[in-house]
Structure formats: structure tokens, C-alpha cells
Design a protein around this ligand. Sequence first.
Ligand SMILES: Nc1nc2c(ncn2[C@@H]2O[C@H](COP(=O)(O)OP(=O)(O)OP(=O)(O)O)[C@@H](O)[C@H]2O)c(=O)[nH]1
Ligand SMILES: [Mg+2]
Length: 329
Amino acid sequence: MAANLTPMYYKAERDYRRAQTVAEQVECLQLMLQLMPKHKGTDKLQADVKTRLSEARQNLKQQVNTPKTGQAYRIPRQGAGRIVILGGPNCGKSRILKELTRAEPEVAPFPFTTREPLTAMMEYEGVQIQLVDTPPITVGQLQPWFLNLVRTADAVLLMFDGSSDDAPEETLAVVQEFESRKTRFAKFGGFAPDNFSIINVPSRLVITHALDVDCQMRSLLLHDSWVGCVPALSVELGDEHFIGNLKRLCFELLNIIRVFTKSPGKPADMAAPLTIADNGTVEDLALEIHQDLARNLKHARLWGHGDHDGQIVGRDYQLRDGDVVELHC
Ligand SMILES: Nc1nc2c(ncn2[C@@H]2O[C@H](COP(=O)(O)OP(=O)(O)OP(=O)(O)O)[C@@H](O)[C@H]2O)c(=O)[nH]1
Ligand SMILES: [Mg+2]
């Protein structure tokens, strides 16, 4: 029996995956339960969400009673999505942030330069994307804040130093470090269907020093040792052509589309697109603006890939990248 979950439910589930604190998780799980239609088709899901809710409430209680130890960072979300840049020492993480944004992180030809996460916004065709540069990962040293940052990220750029013979081994160690904590770098994101406690984070391998003669050979060594290696992009940082490819990769990795809204009789603001999931509908767009708008929505008019300009479409109509939409209540 189909679960027939609503866009509001899916939004709550997405917020749950992105929740950065246990208190936020509890809030999202409560909302998911509330928004979930109650029938046979959702029995299993209801049971799963209830189990998670009771675990999260338990964790919350423990947190209140336990004094805090170790480092913690609270990084507010901004823009259409968050991409975490990570990898072993000296593989070009900070240099990538510098090339893609206006940030000025410390970049140096020796390892362990970056000590704390640093965020900056990257612009791609009107869409703002949050990038997070991180300290190098070394085996056995992965701190809880770092794991949490990756598990709640929308995507990951896993960096590989194409100029270093150590890169295949170091990168594999990073992959295993996360896998042992139920976090997988994968082509597509979401909870692993066979085990809801494993999170797949959409990831791409970024191979720096693309012009190094042995770069390809080194990356092949990683492919040989990592079953399930994610798709890769080779870049030579400093070269405009590669930077353009990298920006497009970041946008595509988020699996979102840009939609422009307009008011009746007025032109659309083509400089400020809204973003929704790739398979998003008119209702998802309304939800992105306000819940009340989604609730009261009657129809929309569409300019873009429709049959004709101004075509009237319903709330379930699937939008495409670049569409212009007028929402009517
Ligand atoms: N020519 C060239 N140099 C690169 C490339 N990628 C990184 N570098 C250089 O490699 C060195 C290390 O880069 P960083 O960005 O500091 O490396 P990191 O991964 O942030 O290092 P840690 O913060 O120490 O982990 C710097 O000198 C960069 O300029 C590349 O594609 N081509
Ligand atoms: Mg760095």
C-alpha cells in the first residue's frame, strides 16, 4: 500500500536530516509524526519515526545531564545548500574555498594549516551555495562536531591530492573513518534503504593537480581500493576553465532547480531564483515561500517549458529548472 506522504512531510524529513542539534531532531521528528497520514501503508514508517523520536528524546535528556566536553561549532545554514570540503592534509581544501568564493583562508604548501571550519558563499547563476572548508582528517581523530557536520551536509567534496603518492591511502583512510561511523560518501543521498541508521551523503571526488603527470595513475589506485568510489572531477586550481566546471559540479550535486516567481502583470525577478528539489512541484515552491501559501494555493501560471506561456497548472505540476511561476490563492 502506498504511503502517500505529502510535500510538507517530505520537507519535515529533509529538515530532520539537516538538524544540527538533538533538540532540532526531536522537533522535526514530532512534526513528521504529526504530518504523516495514518494508515496501513505508513505503519512501518510510523514505527521507525517513533523509535527515532524516543531515542532522540533519550539523547536530549542525557545531554542535559552530562557536562560538555571537546570542541563544538555551531555553523548556521545559509543559501540553497551546504557543501562540506574535506580530505586528508594538504590536498587543496582551503585553496578550493579561495578559488570558488571571496573568502581568504590560509593556503600553504605544508599540512595542518587549517585548524577550524570556515564557511563562505559561492554564487552560481544567481544561486548562493554555502561551502565549508575543514581541518584535515587524520585516522582516529574524527571529532563529533565534524561527523555531525558531514552527516547533516547536503553534499561533500572529497579532496584528493593528485600530486601526492600518499593520496590513495590517505583518502581511503578518510572514507573508512566515516564508514565506520555509519556515514557513507555516495553518488546519491538519503538514508540507506537496507539500514536506516546509515546516511549516504551525496559526494564527488575532486582530484587536484590535474596537470601532474602521475595524477591519473594515483586516482586509479584509489578506484581500485574503494569499492563504490564516487564519480570524480580532476581540476588544476588557478585555471578558470576548471573552476567553472567545479562550480557547475557543486550546483548539480545539490540536485536542485531554479524557479523564478512573478506577481500578476509584473516581470519576474530573474536575478533572484528560488530553489526547490529537482523533482519539485508547484506546491513545493509555495511551501518554500510560506506554509499558508501552500495551504491556500489554487493554481499557478507557468512560463517556461509548458505548452504555452501563462499556462495554468495545478499544485502537483512538476517544475523544471528556469521556469517562471505566478502563484494564485
Ligand atoms: N598547482 C596547484 N597547486 C595546488 C592545487 N591544489 C592545491 N594546491 C596547493 O597545495 C598546497 C596546499 O593547499 P591547501 O589548500 O592549503 O591544502 P589544505 O587541504 O587546505 O591543507 P590543510 O589545511 O593543511 O589540511 C597549496 O600550496 C596550494 O596552493 C592544484 O590543483 N594545483
Ligand atoms: Mg586548509
